[in-house]
Design a protein around this ligand. Sequence first.
Ligand SMILES: Nc1ncnc2c1ncn2[C@@H]1O[C@H](COP(=O)(O)OS(=O)(=O)O)[C@@H](OP(=O)(O)O)[C@H]1O
Length: 577
Amino acid sequence: MGDFFNNIFWVVLGGVLFFFYENIQIDRRAELEAAHGYHVQRAGIASFQDYIQKQEQDKDLAQGDFVLQDRLSDWRTWMKNKDENVPHEFAQQPAERQLTPIEEAQARLRELEESVQKEEEPEARTPVPIVDGKPLSMKEILDRQGIEVEGGKDEPLIQVQKEAETKEAAWWDHSDDKKATQEATAGEKLPSMDELFATGTKEDDTNQEEGEAAVEEEKPSLDDLFSQPAPQNTEETSDSKPASLESQQKEIKEETAQEASRPQSAPTSISGEEAMDEPLPKFLIIGSTKCSTSALLRFLNAHPQLRSPGETYFFNKHYDEGIDYYKSLFEKFNRPGMVLFDKTPTYYTCVECPKRVKELNPEMKIIMSVCDPVHRIVSRYYHAKDIGGPRVLELGENFEDYQKNIILAERNATEEFNSLELNGRDRTTAVLEDLFIPRKSPFKKATLPFSITLNSAYAIYMQYWLRYFPKEQLYLVNGNRMSGEPFNVLEEIEEFLGVEKFLLKEKFVTNEKTGFYCFEKDPGLEPICLSDDKSRSKLEEAGTIVDAVAQELEKFYAPFNSDLRKIWPDFDAPWIK
Ligand SMILES: Nc1ncnc2c1ncn2[C@@H]1O[C@H](COP(=O)(O)OS(=O)(=O)O)[C@@H](OP(=O)(O)O)[C@H]1O
C-alpha cells in the first residue's frame, strides 16, 4: 500500500514538474522572442544550416542565404521526422506578414534565377511567338503547350492578353489615343516598335544622315532570307552544353573553395598601401553577357591581388538591400592590399546603375567586355534555351524561328531609330537620349529577341557610362580574344588596374576537352578552367546563322560599332569593319 502511494506521489510530482517546465519554456520563448526575436530566428537558421551541411554536402548549393530558403520545406520535413520542433518563425506561415530572413533570401534566389535570364524582365508582357512571319494567337500558343481551351474559343484568352498589353501600353505610352489603338489591336499582333516607342511628338525624319539611308533600302522577305544556304564553315564547333544556373553556382562554389585554399596574405597592394580597405569593390565588370565575362572573372580571381564573390546584381537588383548587404558579400575576401571586384554582366544595360556606382565610389574602375554582336546573338539563343523559363517561348520554336524573330526585332528597331530626329547627333546618341534614358531601359521590357538584339548595340551603353565616368576609368575588352589569347587581354587588364603581372602566357594550358584555355596557377594544382558547359560554341547541335541574316544584322550594328570605334579608335576587334 505504502508503495502504491509512493508511486502515485512520484507520478504526480513528475506531472507537476513537467507542467512547470513546459510553462517556463513557453514563457522563456515568449520572453526571448519579445526581447531577442532576431536571435531566436538565428537559432532557427543555425539548426537549418546544420541540416544543409548534413544533407547537401555533395551538392552545388553552398551559396549562403540562397541555399537556406531553397531547402526550407525539406528541412521542415527533416525536422518533423526527427521529432524536432520547427521554430515557429520557420513554420508554414500565412501570407501577409513581414518576411523572415529566410523568406527574404527566398525572394533573392528567385531574383537570382530570373537575373540569369539576363535581358528579360517579364512584367506585364505576354509572349507572342512569331511563326512564318505571323504572331501566334493565344489559342495557338496554348495548343502548342497542350493546354485545352474551353469551348475552343480565343475570346477569354485574348481578354487576358489584352489586359497585359494594356498594362504594358500604359508603361510605354501615356497618350490615351495610343492606348486606345493598342487596346483595340491587342491580342491580334505583336506591338510594333512604333507602338512600343511612340511618344506622339515625333515628326517625319527629315534629318537623317546619309549613311543611314542605307538601312531603309528594301529588305528581302523572311522567306528570301532563309532560302539562302547557311555558310558551311563556322568557327564554332563543339561538344558541351551551354552555361546554366547550376553551372554558375558550381563555379562560384569552386571559386569559394579555391579561395579557402589560398595563402592568407596578399602581396603588396596596387597602391602600396597595406591597410585594409572597406569590403567594397574597386572595379566592376559590367558586361556584356556572353562576351567571356565568366572567363574574365575566373582568371582574374586567380590573381593573388584580386578577389570577387562573382555575380552580385547589387546595383540593378538588390540595391534596396543597402550597402551593408553589399559589404557582407565581400567581407570574407577582404585582406590588406586586396583589390575586390564585382562581375555582374547585366549592369551595362541598367539605366540606374552608373549613377549608383558613382555615388558609391566615383573612382570605381569599369571593365566592359563586348564581342561580335552576331556571334553574341547566336550564343544568347543557346544560353536562353538552356535557362528555360516562360519567356523562352518568345525565342521561337527552333533556331530558324529565332533568327526570324531577331530579324523582325531588328527591322522594328531600325524603323524606330530611323524616325528619331538626329539634330546633329550620331545614331547612338539619339537612341541613348531619346529612348534609353527617358524610357528607363526600354529594351529590357520588350520581347526577348528584341532586347537580345539591342543589347549587342554596345555603343549606346558605353556612351551612357561615359557620362558618369571619365574614359581613363573605363576599359573596353574584346571578349572574343579571351578564347584565343586570354593572357594578352589579362595582361592589359592588369596594366589598367595597376596590379602585378601574374596571369602570364606560360601559365595557360589548353583544355583538351573544350579547346579553351585554363590557367595553371601552380604546377602542383589542378588548372583553373571554366566548366565544360560554359560555352555553347562546343555544342554539337549548335546551329549556324543564315548568311543573309548575319549580313543584315551586321548592317544594323555598323553605325553602333563605328560609334564605339570613335570612342576607342585603337580597339582590337575585327568585327568592327
Ligand atoms: N576559357 C574559356 N572557357 C569557356 N568559355 C570561354 C572561355 N573563354 C572565352 N569563353 C567564351 O565565353 C562565352 C560565355 O560568355 P560569358 O561567360 O560572358 O557568359 S555569361 O553571360 O556569363 O553566361 C562563351 O561563348 P559561347 O561559346 O558562344 O557560349 C565562350 O566562347
